[in-house]
Design a protein around this ligand. Structure first.
Ligand code: MN
Length: 136
């Protein structure tokens, strides 16, 4: 399974998202703003980042751009989490470099499907050989 960094400032959304990730067997790292998220992405090298767009201070678009411009974090897949009402955000997410996009409120089937597809793309082989899910 994967190490997933969730960057989300809303406690209820963080709780739900981390619960869904743990239920899927992933290891969860949490950051409540972009600055902490950037620091954790560097230090922990997660397999995937779930990025809330509306964050205090630096928003998710800016944080994604920074991660994608930095060779140390550029290859980490990033999924933008944004409000269903903000249609504009999908295009902005793509421009910022996000690899996927999910509108909130989260639907777990969609979340799992997007994550599985991205993780499969990032590591096409080898994960089945490690059923215990231990980190390498
Ligand atoms: Mn938010």
């Amino acid at each position: 399974m994967a190490k997933v960094l969730i960057i989300e400032d809303n406690p209820a959304n963080m709780k739900l998202t981390s619960l869904l990730m743990r239920h899927a067997g992933h290891t969860v790292l949490c950051a409540i703003d972009a600055e902490h998220g950037l620091t954790m992405a560097h230090a922990e090298q997660p397999d995937l980042i779930l990025m809330d767009i509306q964050l205090p201070g630096m928003d998710g678009f800016a944080a994604t751009s920074l991660l994608k411009q930095d060779p140390a974090t550029a290859t980490i897949p990033i999924i933008a989490l944004t409000s269903m009402a903000m249609k504009e955000d999908q295009k902005k997410s793509e421009i910022a470099g996000c690899d996927g996009y999910i509108a909130k409120p989260l639907r777990y089937q969609e979340l799992y499907a997007v994550i599985d597809a991205l993780l499969a793309k990032a590591a096409p082989q080898g994960n089945e050989a490690n059923p215990s899910g231990g980190t390498p």
